[in-house]
Design a protein around this ligand. Structure first.
Ligand SMILES: Cc1cc2nc3c(=O)[nH]c(=O)nc-3n(C[C@H](O)[C@H](O)[C@H](O)COP(=O)(O)OP(=O)(O)OC[C@H]3O[C@@H](n4cnc5c(N)ncnc54)[C@H](O)[C@@H]3O)c2cc1C
Ligand SMILES: Cc1cc2nc3c(=O)[nH]c(=O)nc-3n(C[C@H](O)[C@H](O)[C@H](O)COP(=O)(O)O)c2cc1C
Ligand code: SF4
Length: 656
């Protein structure tokens, strides 16, 4: 499957066709989506960090590069480093951004986004509550209850959007986009659940849509008839009390009737209790929403992102007339050169985003600057230290370990002109990612392995599989530098009965090396335990997880864990929290839950407890190492995540 999707020379003729949005001609069908990255200054002005970040996407070949959503007044600021569109004094900085994008042949579009109930005026110094159509409590603890907007304030907000559009046009952007999605202010008005007003801005769908349409009309009046205006609108809310798909088609039609030149359609709210953007959603799953819209709306392009992380599906969707343009956020964070690679028929070189959400969503929601698991350069594009430059002195480098840390180190070192040899003791590259990718709903990790394996090959890294590197091998080879990326292994806790035949390791279960009975107790409820449990449940086994912490999956990020919880509940996986396995005997497994003992029946016990850093080779080398420069990267430093592995590998290789 992966080989097919990664075939060098693949043509994506549909993605390369120019397209018109209003009077604007765009060179291809690839749009970099609006992305709040927290790279703006605290007052909302823009600096080098944001400009160089987006310039790199323009250079990478996107037809349109969209700015992050900018707030129209400080009460609409939802992110620590969100762009501000509320002051004329920001226009020169905005102009630098539009110039940087246009320089590379991309069209520059700036997005207007008032975050409504998701704003943080307390934290960002205003001392007011967030605003919404109706006062209500927040569903997510991160947010505060909002207060109700007066009609006068609503009119002011409409005017603010018009003024923001004026600044955008004055700053030289080619177009403007209005964000009416995923639970921000406009969506709050559109949805009956969050809009209980009884005046002209609440009640029927028509009245709830008035705020959006008033904004659109005000923006249109400000920018004139020929200036491209794109409207982002949900196609489904996935909220109890949210709008139906039919209602959104009506809203979309009204937007077009009122001057939208293109629609970017989206899925869900931040508060939705259905997954929209995680790996469990298959590529192209949401395209049916575009089909429904297309059936009703023929006269403007439909643009869509959401779990379209490889070119194959969107290329076909364009050919089939389902969408007109492939929008992408995370795939463009992960690989700014994705369009260039598509254009050049090099799908095998795309660093595919596996929707891990570790660097992007997880960081921006918690007031950090955006980063990316697979792309350590994100937000550092302008920094000399993050540039992959030719090495001053070309070295012979040995990398031990073919997991993400070792392969990223090898990739960057080889790009810099070093001669790199990699040793991997197993028969394949990928390290633990092979295990991650073998569990249900996580197969996108395999694209990451394939990407790295291709880069090893193309960059001339000499890969030796089935070759454990030993101190002897290293000392004989005498490299100028040694990078240890030996990863982590599973720890085997020492309790009575742990050596019994029916006790197996989770890694062996995932790899299919160890068989389990029908009733399985998984000991450990972090990522490895949770993913193993899900795998076993998918095989029809009766699974119980025993976890010593108060919650399951504490090393799985907040964006992904609830999907696991939901699926495990559906599959009937039993979870015992605050519980310890004390012994494994013939009568069963003795489990202690907060001082209360019980004996559980299990045909097999699967160990999925702590990981331990594999420092074997480092210790073997000891003081006898005949290498001047030794670096350790990834899980062999401390067991962590793919994010840390890749970032460690990059950091060392970029300066070695
Ligand atoms: C089931 C599972 C699910 C996971 N899910 C996620 C997730 O969703 N998100 C996330 O970010 N992370 C996840 N991880 C963790 C992530 O895979 C690891 O953090 C990452 O792979 C560590 O990378 P590494 O290169 O440091 O080490 P590893 O991936 O462990 O690779 C080390 C490599 O070194 C080789 N090696 C060791 N010693 C030698 C030697 N002497 N000679 C030659 N080769 C040697 C090993 O065979 C191995 O291939 C998951 C892990 C597992 C097991
Ligand atoms: C870090 C991050 C920031 C985002 N910021 C915005 C934003 O400012 N405006 C917006 O309309 N959507 C925003 N989105 C949503 C994306 O534009 C996109 O619709 C969504 O991520 C799904 O597409 P993808 O699967 O290609 O990532 C953001 C997404 C991410 C990951
Ligand atoms: S952090 Fe993960 S999900 Fe976010 S863009 Fe990077 S690879 Fe994709």
């Amino acid at each position: 499957m992966y080989e097919d999707l990664l075939k060098p020379g693949t043509k994506y003729a549909n993605l390369l066709k120019p397209i018109k949005i209003g009077k604007m001609t765009v060179k291809n069908r690839m749009k970099y989506a609006a992305t709040v990255d927290n790279f703006a200054n605290s007052d909302g002005s823009l600096g080098d960090k944001e400009i160089s970040y987006l310039e790199e996407r323009a250079k990478g070949g996107f037809g349109i590069v969209t700015s992050m959503g900018g707030f129209t007044d400080p009460l609409g600021k939802g992110y620590m480093g969100q762009m501000g569109l509320h002051k004329d004094e920001f226009i020169p900085g905005m102009k630098k951004l539009s110039d940087a994008i246009k320089k590379h042949g991309a069209k520059s579009v700036a997005q207007i986004m008032h975050t409504g109930r998701y704003a943080h005026p307390h934290e960002y110094g205003l001392g007011d509550a967030p605003v919404g159509p109706t006062a209500m409590a927040a569903k997510i603890p991160r947010y505060h209850p909002c207060r109700e907007l007066s009609v006068a304030e609503i009119k002011q907000l409409i005017e603010d959007h018009g003024q923001a559009a004026r600044r955008i046009k004055t700053a030289g952007f080619d177009g403007v986009e209005i964000c009416g999605i995923v639970g921000y202010l406009i969506a709050n008005f559109l949805c009956a659940w969050s809009n209980k007003r009884t005046d002209e801005y609440g009640g029927t769908l028509e009245k709830r849509a008035r705020f959006y349409l008033d904004i659109l009309r005000r923006v249109r009046k400000e920018v004139g008839p020929d200036y491209p205006v794109i409207c982002r609108v949900n196609a489904t809310d996935h909220m109890d009390g949210g709008n139906t798909e039919e209602e959104y088609i009506k809203v979309a039609k009204w937007l077009v009737d009122n001057g939208a030149d293109a629609l970017s359609i989206t899925v869900g709210w931040h508060e939705s209790n259905e997954p929209a953007i995680t790996q469990e959603i298959k590529q192209g799953h949401w395209l049916y929403l575009a089909t429904n819209m297309k059936n009703e709306i023929k006269n403007v392009p439909i643009v869509m992102a959401y779990r379209l992380n490889r070119p194959d599906v969107p290329d076909k969707a364009i050919a089939d007339g389902i969408i007109d343009m492939w929008e992408m956020c995370r795939p463009g964070i992960a690989d700014p050169e994705l369009p260039k690679k598509v254009t050049e028929g090099r799908p095998e070189d795309i660093a595919t985003c596996p929707a891990c959400n570790l660097g992007c969503f997880m960081r921006i929601f918690f007031d950090s600057t955006m980063a990316c698991m697979i792309n350590p350069r994100v937000g550092r594009e302008y920094e000399e230290a993050a540039k992959i430059k030719p090495a001053k002195k070309k070295k012979n480098i040995i990398v031990v370990g073919g997991g993400p840390a070792g392969m990223e180190a090898a990739r960057v070192a080889a790009m810099r002109g070093h001669k790199v040899t990699l040793y991997e003791k197993s028969a394949r590259l990928g390290g633990q990612l092979n295990l991650a990718g073998a569990t249900p709903f996580c197969s996108d990790w395999n694209f990451m392995i394939a990407y790295y394996a291709n880069q090893m090959n193309k960059l001339g890294v000499k890969v030796n599989l089935n070759t454990p590197a030993t101190a002897d091998l290293i000392n004989k080879a005498k490299p100028d530098a040694l990078i240890l990326a030996t990863g982590a292994r599973q720890a085997r806790p020492n309790i009575p009965g742990v050596d019994k035949k029916n006790v197996v390791m989770a890694f062996d279960v995932i790899e299919g090396k160890a068989k389990t009975g029908q009733e399985v107790l998984v000991w450990g409820g972090r990522a490895v335990g949770v993913q193993t449990a899900e795998l076993l449940a998918s095989q029809g086994k009766k699974v119980t997880i025993v976890e010593d912490a108060k919650r399951i999956g504490r090393d799985i990020n907040a964006f992904n864990i609830w999907g696991f919880r939901h699926r495990m509940a559906k599959a009937g996986v039993k979870i015992l929290l605050s519980s310890k396995v004390e012994s494994i005997g013939d009568q069963g497994v003795v489990v202690n839950t907060e001082g209360k003992q019980q004996t559980l029946k299990a045909d097999t016990v699967v160990i999925a407890m702590e990981m331990e850093a594999d420092k074997g080779l480092l210790e073997e080398l000891g003081s006898m190492a005949e290498v001047e420069e030794i670096h350790s990267v990834g899980d062999c430093v401390a067991p962590r995540k793919a994010y840390n592995a890749v970032h460690d590998g990059f950091r060392v290789a970029v300066q070695i």
